[in-house]
Design a binder for this molecule. Structure first.
Ligand code: 4NP
Length: 181
């Protein structure tokens, strides 16, 4: 009985702690013009629809800075817009200080993950890095978010399908007060 009480108390404590904190999420791909800005926009729409802007903030960046300042790829914007998602982000390169500013840094593929791992200034920063695939619930066959840049229209649709799946999982975790680990 004592154990159960302690457990419930701990759970309540955890929930209280989590719900008080704002979770800052950064999505990262290579160019920051296709996958990660799409993830940012889909997550922002979920945040707005659920009225949780005080608990979750989102941004995106790329490991490669060659598109810095650019709007998202027009094919990505068009495909997102057809689903009612507006991508307004301007590309920027990920930087070391992002490991201070964000709590959860999500790599779209393994190359992005490795680049982030090398950039992370210390072990606690490395612990903030996740792979997007960890949040896929309905797409068990995908272990990464494929780069659509050299693909046709289907590549962009696939990115949106995967991103909608993973973002919903992330939001559900946050709303339940669960930790990311
Ligand atoms: P993203 O796609 O990483 O999903 O933004 C790419 C965009 C541009 C390039 C590569 C991937 N590029 O090589 O220019």
């Amino acid at each position: 009985m004592m154990k159960a009480k302690f457990f419930l108390l701990s759970l309540h404590g955890l929930f209280w702690l989590s719900s008080e904190m704002k979770q800052r999420i950064l999505f990262v791909c290579l160019g920051n013009i296709c996958r990660s800005p799409a993830a940012e926009a889909v997550m922002q729409q979920l945040i707005d629809r659920n009225g949780v802007g005080d608990r979750v903030a989102v941004d995106s960046a790329g490991t490669y800075g060659g598109h810095a300042g650019d709007r998202a790829d027009s094919r990505m914007r068009r495909a997102a817009s057809a689903r009612g998602v507006d991508i307004t982000h301007r590309s920027r390169q990920v930087r070391e200080e992002d490991f201070e500013r964000f709590d959860i840094i999500v790599a779209m593929d393994d190359n992005n993950y490795e680049a982030l791992f090398r950039l992370a200034p210390h072990r606690d920063a490395q612990m903030k890095i996740f792979r997007f695939r960890e949040f896929l619930r309905h797409h068990p066959d995908w272990s990464y978010i494929p780069d659509p840049y050299y693909e046709g229209h289907e590549g962009f649709e696939l990115v949106l399908d995967l991103v909608e799946d993973g973002c919903q999982t992330m939001l559900d975790k946050i709303l339940r007060g669960e930790d990311f680990e």
